[in-house]
Design a protein around this ligand. Structure first.
Ligand SMILES: *[C@@H]1O[C@H](CO)[C@@H](O)[C@H](O)[C@H]1NC(C)=O
Ligand SMILES: *[C@@H]1O[C@H](CO)[C@@H](O)[C@H](O)[C@H]1NC(C)=O
Length: 440
């Protein structure tokens, strides 16, 4: 199989009169230079190159400034190379070299393709459906069209800071209305998520003839019904750490676009933002606050709100009650039941909460846990080996470690019976069951 391309090359070389030209194709910007080398396997007496509409003899006795100059190892080596400088746009096309035939007086010639880069026009981005507000779950079709480039421009897609790699069709290159230039179109299909909201969808165009990429962009407005910010679909939320007789803020962080309408129901009383309510039987005021939009950088996304009910103060009855929170926008409604607790937030739950909101923090906690676990294990192993090696504590009376490695360990009962409940022995037990008071 490997011989086939070589044979083909030989065949081409023979048919074309045995001139080998390198490179066969080159892309250059206007003003750049190019070296083209034509080679035959016999000495030649002259050599000519054709660039654009001009024909040049090289080497020349009296070259004008800007004319191609000879390069190569010499005509007697069969080499006809042209060093072409200051490439012009009009030279886009074939470059020929001609040399005399080995026998006879005819000329033979060979060509290479010079593509003179021409930067494309501005890209055009069309998103359908065309309306500004899009809905989560909806599939958008985006088409980016880049006109009149040579060679065809290169398109990449981006959403916010990330490059989009999925949902792309292969780019389609077609002849432009202007001869010699090419248009490119690429289509993207994407299912929208809440995380896409407020992000810029961009079609970025790079091309040899451009110093910096061109871009067409469109800001996405992806709407969705209210939900818990942590993505948990559980309808019950417990708020910890409230103190009786002090003001309490029941914060629920939610995600919604557009902003949710808030309504709290607490034992027959309906509370809406902007209307503080005294509970009839108590000296306590309940105030529902307007949703507070959280800054995008703090929560790594858009559409986060804190929905808060202020109890001033928290009474012991308040802790017993259930608080019903109804959140709605034009896309749907979410009902949540909030319970209160005067306890501190359990550690595990705090971690889960952080995992959902900040991602990194749980990871840090887990790493600390693993490190502490490994240290405890190492300490336990070290103490056992140390005890056995030095014939101490539980291993008192058993053969030393380096004496006979096949000596069986004393049975577990014996260990208990070996009246040696030293402090260190207890410590091992502690490490394995209760764990020392290192925070995990
Ligand atoms: C609710 O948020 C406020 C900040 O707006 C904070 O001071 C308060 O401690 C939070 N309350 C709870 C129970 O998380
Ligand atoms: C929003 O509520 C969360 C609890 O859900 C609280 O930790 C945070 O401090 C609140 N942020 C603001 C700005 O109120």
């Amino acid at each position: 199989m490997a011989a086939f391309p070589a044979l083909l090359l030989l065949f081409v070389a023979v048919v074309s009169g045995q001139i080998q030209i390198t490179p066969r194709e080159a892309v250059r910007q206007v003003g750049e230079s190019l070296d083209v080398l034509c080679k035959v396997n016999y000495p030649i007496s002259f050599c000519r190159v054709e660039i654009g509409r001009e024909s040049y003899t090289i080497p020349s006795n009296s070259p004008a400034p800007g004319d191609p100059t000879y390069y190569g190892r010499g005509l007697q080596e069969g080499e006809c190379g042209a060093h072409i400088t200051n490439i012009k746009e009009a030279w886009n096309g074939d470059v020929y070299c001609s040399v005399p035939q080995q026998i006879g007086s005819r000329e033979i010639k060979q060509s290479m393709k010079l593509i003179v880069a021409r930067p494309p026009g501005n890209p055009e981005l069309i998103v359908s459906p065309p309306q500004n507000e899009l809905k989560e779950g909806e599939t958008i079709r985006a088409i980016c069209r880049v006109p009149r480039g040579r060679p065809a421009a290169n398109i990449t897609w981006h959403l916010g800071d990330e490059e989009i790699l999925n949902g792309l069709k292969p780019p389609v290159v077609s002849n432009s209305s202007e001869p010699g230039l090419e248009d490119v179109t690429q289509e993207l299909n994407k299912v929208l998520t809440a995380d896409d909201d407020r992000k810029q969808l961009a079609c970025r165009v790079s091309h040899l003839g451009l110093n910096r990429p061109l871009e067409a962009r469109r800001q996405l407005d992806v709407q969705y019904p209210p939900r818990r910010a942590d993505g948990n679909s559980d309808e019950q939320i417990t708020i910890f750490g409230l103190k009786i007789q002090e003001d309490g803020r029941l914060n629920v962080t939610v995600r919604s676009n557009p902003e949710p309408t808030v309504e709290w129901k607490v034992s027959d009383v309906t509370l809406v933002p902007g209307h503080p309510n005294s509970h009839p039987n108590e000296n306590s005021v309940w105030t529902a606050l307007h949703p507070l939009r959280l800054p995008q950088d703090e929560v790594h996304g858009s559409g986060y709100y804190n929905v808060t009910l202020v109890l001033s103060p928290v009474t012991s009855e308040d802790v017993e009650r259930n608080y019903f929170l109804a959140l709605s926008n034009k896309h749907g409604e979410k009902r949540l039941m909030v319970k209160l607790s005067t306890l501190e937030q359990p550690a595990a739950q705090a971690s889960i909460l952080r995992l959902n909101v900040y991602g990194m923090e749980l990871e840090a906690g887990a790493i600390v846990g693993i490190v502490v676990g490994v240290l405890i294990l190492l300490l336990a192993v070290f103490l056992v080996v140390f005890a056995k090696a030095t014939d101490r504590w539980c291993f008192a009376g058993s053969p030393p470690l380096d004496g006979d490695s096949e000596a069986p360990l004393p049975p577990h009962d014996d260990v208990k019976g070996a009246e040696n409940p030293t402090h260190d022995h207890e410590y091992i037990g502690n490490g394995n069951t209760k764990k020392p008071d290192t925070p995990v």
